[in-house]
Design a protein around this ligand. Structure first.
Ligand SMILES: Nc1ncnc2c1ncn2[C@@H]1O[C@H](COP(=O)(O)OP(=O)(O)OP(=O)(O)O)[C@@H](O)[C@H]1O
Ligand SMILES: [Mg+2]
Length: 505
C-alpha cells in the first residue's frame, strides 16, 4: 500500500485517540475517572498504552482489580492477597506508595450498594489529588453517585481509530505483514474491538487466513453492522471513473481532489477537499459518479438514506440525522453520500425540523473530520435552498446535464463493452441520430433491450438491433420537456457543468 498514512504509522508509533483522551485527563491531575464501555479488555489495553506513554519518564505501574480476582499488578500472575472486597481494594490504593494507575472493573456495583464504599472513594479522591495515583473505574453501565459527581470525570469511548485497530491487529495476528494489516484495519474501522474480533474470527473461520482474500468477509461483517443502524448503508461497488461516460469536467476535478485528499493530514484545513454537490437530470450519472468517487479516492462508500431519516422509525429526524453524521466520523476515512438531499433540507429560514437539519449540516460540513468526503446528490434542485449552494461548504457544485453526442457515444461504448460486445466493427456515431435528448440510463436501457432480443434469437447483436430498439424509446426529455428546461435554466446560473472542464476557480 502506498498510503502516506501507512508510512506515518510505521515510522512513528502514534498515540491512539482513546489513549490521548485518557492521558490528557490523567495529566490534568484528576484522581478519579469513570469510563463507560462494554469493552473491558479494550480499557485494559488503553490504560497500558497510557502507562507506557509520555505521562512519566518511567512507565507507570497498572493495577487491576475485580471482585473475583482482587488487586493484581498488570503482567503478574498472582493477586495481592485479601484484596477481593471493594473496601480492601480502596484501602490498598490509599496505602500504596508512589504513583500508579488503578483500574477497578465493574466498580459501579459496590458504589451503588454501599455508602461505606462511596465514602472511602472520596477519601481516595482527597488523598489522590496531586499524588499521581489514578483510579479508573470501568463499567458497561453509567452509575455515578451524587456525592461523587464533582470528583469523578466521566468518559465514554468512541470506536477505536486506525492506530488502536492497527495495534490490536498486530497483537491478534502476529507475524502478519503491514501491507495486509493496513487494509484490514481500514475495513474494520467503525467497529468496536469486540466486533472487530468477531469479524476476524469469521474471516479465519472461512479458512483462508488473514490476507487480501479475507477482506470481503470482513467488509460483509461491517456491512451488516452498519446497516443495523437503519439509516446508513455501506455500499460495496466496483464502479470506477472509467465506467462513467463523459462528464470530463467532473472527472478532471476529481482526479485533482483525490490527490489533495490523500495529503489531507499535511494540508491547511482550507484546501482539504470537503465535498461536492451533484445536481442534474435524472438518469444522467449522478449516483454512478458518486460510486466512482469512492473508488477513485480508494475509500469505502456509505449512503445516508434521507427517506429513512424522515420515516420516524429512528426517532426524531433531526436526532437521527445528527447520529448518522456522528457515527460516520468514526468511520473516517470514507465517502459519505447524501442521496436526494433535498428530501431533508429546506432553508433555515423556514424553520422546523428540516430547517434545523440544514443548520446542523452547515456547521457540521465546516467542522467534520478531514477524513470524510461528502457527496450530495439531488435532482429536484429547485427545491434546494439557495444557501445550500452558496453556503453549503461544498468545494464545488456540479450540474449533470443530458449527455452531448460525444458523451452518448462514450456511454454506448461503455455499456456495450461491459456486456462483452465487440464494438470494433460498429459505427456508434450514427446512433446519435436516434438518441437526441437521451439520458445515460436510456442508452443503457437500449443496449440491454437490443442485447436481450439478439440473445433470444440466439445470435450476435448488430447495429440494426440497436437502431430498431432506439426508435421505439421515448426519452424522458421529450415527455418532460418543460421540467427539464426548467432544471437547466435554474442550474446554469448556479452550478458548474460537469461535462466541460471547469472554468471557475
Ligand atoms: N454518464 C454515464 N455513463 C455511463 N452510464 C451512465 C451514465 N449516466 C447514466 N448511466 C447509466 O444509467 C444508470 C442510471 O444512472 P444514475 O443512477 O447514475 O442516474 P442519476 O443521475 O443518479 O439519476 P437519479 O436522479 O434518478 O438518481 C447508471 O447505472 C448507468 O448504468
Ligand atoms: Mg441517483
Amino acid at each position: 500500500m502506498e498510503s502516506p498514512t501507512l508510512n506515518h504509522q510505521v515510522t512513528q508509533p502514534a498515540e491512539s485517540r482513546a489513549a490521548k483522551t485518557v492521558r490528557e485527563i490523567l495529566e490534568s491531575g484528576r484522581p478519579l475517572t469513570y469510563i463507560r464501555s462494554a469493552e473491558e479488555q479494550r480499557v485494559v489495553r488503553i490504560l497500558s498504552e497510557v502507562a507506557r506513554g509520555p505521562l512519566t519518564s518511567t512507565p507507570l505501574p497498572v493495577w487491576t482489580w475485580s471482585l473475583t480476582e482482587g488487586m493484581r499488578r498488570q503482567g503478574e500472575e498472582a493477586s495481592f492477597s485479601a484484596t477481593e472486597s471493594p473496601r480492601a481494594a480502596l484501602d490498598f490504593i490509599l496505602a500504596h506508595e508512589g504513583s500508579a494507575i488503578f483500574h477497578l472493573k465493574d466498580f459501579h456495583e459496590p458504589l451503588r450498594e454501599s455508602p461505606e464504599i462511596r465514602r472511602r472513594l472520596r477519601d481516595v479522591y482527597d488523598a489522590g489529588v496531586d499524588q499521581r495515583k489514578f483510579v479508573v473505574i470501568s463499567s458497561a453501565v453509567q452509575f455515578i453517585p451524587e456525592e461523587l459527581e464533582r470528583s469523578i470525570i466521566f468518559l465514554e469511548l468512541r470506536p477505536p481509530d486506525m492506530v488502536e485497530l492497527f495495534d490490536f491487529l498486530r497483537e491478534e495476528t502476529p507475524g502478519t505483514s503491514l501491507e495486509i494489516l493496513y487494509p484490514v484495519a481500514r475495513a474494520l474501522q467503525g467497529l468496536t474491538l469486540d466486533e472487530a474480533r468477531y469479524a476476524l474470527r469469521r474471516a479465519f473461520a472461512s479458512g483462508r487466513g488473514l490476507g487480501p482474500e479475507a477482506l470481503p468477509a470482513l467488509l460483509e461483517e461491517k456491512r451488516l453492522l452498519v446497516n443495523r443502524s437503519g439509516v446508513v448503508e455501506y455500499i460495496a461497488d466496483g464502479t470506477n471513473l472509467g465506467d462513467v461516460g463523459g462528464l470530463e469536467g467532473l472527472k478532471t476535478w476529481l482526479l485533482e481532489r483525490s490527490k489533495l485528499f490523500e495529503m489531507r493530514d499535511s494540508l491547511d484545513a482550507e484546501i482539504v477537499p470537503k465535498g461536492l454537490l451533484l445536481m442534474g437530470i435524472p438518469g444522467c450519472g449522478k449516483s454512478l459518479s458518486v460510486k466512482a468517487i469512492a473508488h477513485q479516492f480508494k475509500l469505502p462508500l456509505y449512503r445516508v438514506d434521507m427517506i429513512e431519516i424522515f420515516s420516524g422509525r429512528h426517532g426524531r429526524p433531526e436526532g437521527a440525522f445528527v447520529a448518522a453524521c456522528k457515527m460516520m466520523e468514526d468511520m473516517a476515512p470514507a465517502v459519505l453520500w447524501f442521496d436526494e438531499i433535498e428530501m431533508g433540507i429546506t432553508s433555515t429560514e423556514t424553520g422546523g425540523e428540516s430547517g434545523r437539519i440544514f443548520g446542523f449540516f452547515l456547521t457540521w460540513m465546516q467542522e467534520k473530520t478531514r477524513g470524510l468526503f461528502v457527496a450530495a446528490t439531488s435532482n429536484r434542485i429547485d427545491r434546494l435552498p439557495a444557501e445550500m449552494i452558496r453556503k453549503g461548504r461544498f468545494d464545488e457544485v456540479f450540474f449533470v446535464d443530458l449527455p452531448s453526442e460525444e458523451e452518448q457515444i462514450a456511454i454506448f461504448k461503455i455499456h456495450l463493452t461491459r456486456r462483452g460486445v465487440d464494438i470494433s466493427s460498429f459505427n456508434i456515431a450514427q446512433f446519435t441520430e436516434f438518441t437526441v435528448g437521451w439520458t445515460g440510463a436510456e442508452i443503457e436501457q437500449c443496449v440491454v433491450s437490443a442485447l436481450t432480443k439478439a440473445r433470444l434469437a440466439d445470435r450476435k447483436i448488430t447495429e440494426q438491433d440497436l437502431i430498431l430498439t432506439a426508435v421505439r424509446i421515448v426519452p424522458l426529455s421529450r415527455t418532460m420537456k418543460e421540467q427539464i428546461n426548467h432544471i437547466r435554466g435554474w442550474a446554469f446560473e448556479r452550478a458548474v457543468r460537469a461535462s466541460v472542464p471547469a472554468v471557475r476557480k
